[in-house]
Design a protein around this ligand. Structure first.
Ligand code: FES
Length: 493
């Protein structure tokens, strides 16, 4: 017998032929006590802790998947299915928690869990470290993609149940200081892209049923309440997108499961679906002690020298990423402004008398900055907390800077990014009278699946767009695409 129970967010307990598999259980606040599971799933915590499992799978190190407090309470008598990432961060953290029995699985590697049960690992093969898992349960194929973007060309098909994200899990655009009109337009564009990506995943996998999962979370700290606005953010409710999804995927059954539900017999949605404001007010009170934790205690002062030393170390660790890079970052924290010349060039050039004209300004509360400087959080966690505010001018995504912040402490990831940039131009694909680089310069998506229309090439993953004539990046980022016209035979961009 096969049983899949939803634990809320991206969490599941899968039972099949006597085996029990625990997936991404998340119960405690994440990212500087900013994110909480939505709807509240805490009632399930005691039984999840008490239960025994044969296998545990944690898809990646984001705290809404890697819940250290919960993992610390589980029996270690379990085999962990661990994605074989380039960096060893996830493996080491599991080791530190005492999970010594680990099966490392690379991209598309399959492991037999039982006589008729297998698990196949699917990685985000770019510099990002995230994973999904395909479980074959006696012929029933459950694909848990949570928030992982495996290249579209490598998604499995014949899927009975797909669990994947439909809502955002990113600080862009809502943590930026855009004026209301620009914010509304950017939010709408991201939401449309998220739905488009989901629809593609459903179609490519042939999913018979889809379970909305891996978000949105909610923000119980009153300081962050504006991010619970499901209409104005990239964190919609399923009900906000259900109609458009049904139009695009009319043959796919949607299983709207609440925490604790067996996915094939979901309960009626509770007050969380109909009364979010009242629901959140009560939830906020129940967890007051937890979200107040972020504000508790004095914050030791942050001085500019400490910030400069932090960034000097990041730069030393990421020399290959920063070769020929030269940008200024402005960091504003309660009362202190730090102008940080970044890049390998900045290390070589005397900048002291130069005016600073930063492309990016980040306003970071001293409390969050202290957590980063003390190593209790990375910049990725701080950004995801939505406690920071960003400004950029020009309004162009800087992949190098954001990668330095997000992955700089794990240089295996930034080295991979450099390799991707070099390799991206190496392989070409031919379509629609064009020959262009096969792998996206952003994060390596296979552009064999790109949309090409009206002279624009669009990546199916994060929807960067390029001029098909010149290869110039039109939106998303700033990196060009190598494009040749087959009739002309020669690079035009
Ligand atoms: S992989 Fe991100 S836009 Fe292509």
């Amino acid at each position: 017998m096969t049983e899949i129970r939803h634990l809320g967010h991206a969490g599941f307990v899968v039972g099949h032929a006597g085996l029990r598999i625990l997936i991404d259980p998340w119960f405690h606040p994440a990212f500087l006590d900013a994110w909480f599971p939505y709807p509240d799933n805490r009632a399930l915590l005691p039984e999840v802790v008490e239960d025994r499992y044969d296998f545990l799978y944690v898809s990646h190190t984001h705290e809404d998947h890697f819940d250290e407090r919960l993992l610390g309470r589980l029996s270690r008598d379990v085999t962990v299915l661990v994605p074989r990432f380039r960096s060893h961060g996830l493996r080491k953290r599991l080791n530190r928690l005492g999970f010594g029995r680990q099966v490392l699985l690379g991209h598309r590697e399959t492991y037999r869990l039982g006589p008729d049960t297998t698990a196949t690992m699917l990685l985000d093969t770019s510099h990002k470290e995230d994973s999904g898992l395909l479980l074959d349960l006696g012929g029933y194929r459950f694909l848990d993609l949570n928030d992982c973007n495996t290249p579209m060309s490598e998604l499995p098909d014949g899927i009975d149940l797909l669990a994947a994200q439909y809502s955002g899990a990113m600080w862009y655009p809502n943590a930026y200081d855009y004026p209301p009109e620009a914010m509304a337009a950017k939010t709408a564009a991201v939401r449309a892209d998220l739905l488009d990506t989901l629809v593609r995943k459903v179609k490519l996998t042939g999913a018979r049923a889809y379970l909305p999962s891996a978000g949105p979370a909610c923000f119980l700290d009153p300081e962050l309440d504006r991010f619970n606005d499901r209409a104005a953010t990239i964190f919609p409710h399923w009900e906000d997108v259900a109609g458009a999804f049904a139009d695009a995927c009319p043959d796919t059954e949607v299983l709207r499961a609440a925490p604790g539900d067996l996915v094939d017999s979901p309960s009626e949605p509770g007050s969380w679906a109909t009364d979010p404001a009242g629901y959140l007010a009560a939830y906020r009170e129940r967890r007051r002690d937890e979200w107040e934790g972020y504000h508790r205690g004095q914050v030791p002062a942050v001085d500019a020298a400490e910030v400069a030393a932090h960034f000097a170390r990041l730069q030393r660790l990421n020399r290959s990423l920063l070769a020929d890079y030269r940008r200024d970052l402005r960091l504003e924290t309660d009362g202190t402004v730090c102008a940080l010349p970044l890049g390998e060039l900045a290390l070589r050039v005397e900048l002291e008398d130069e005016p600073v004209d930063p492309a990016y300004t980040i306003k970071v509360p001293a409390r969050a900055l202290r957590a980063v400087l003390d190593g209790r959080a990375g910049w990725e966690e701080a950004l995801l907390s939505m406690r920071l505010t960003l400004h950029r001018d020009p309004d162009v995504f800087d992949l190098t800077l954001l990668s330095l912040l997000r992955y700089g402490h794990q240089p295996a990831q930034t080295r991979q990014l450099v390799r991707e940039r070099t390799a991206a131009a190496g392989q070409l694909v031919e379509r629609d009278g064009l020959r262009f680089q096969r792998y996206c310069p952003h994060a390596g998506e296979d552009l064999g699946h790109a949309a090409i229309a009206d002279g624009v090439i669009e990546c199916p993953r994060h929807h960067w767009k390029w001029d098909a004539r010149t290869g110039r990046c039109l939106s998303g980022g700033s990196l060009p695409l190598l494009v040749e016209h087959l009739s002309l035979e020669g690079p035009v961009g």
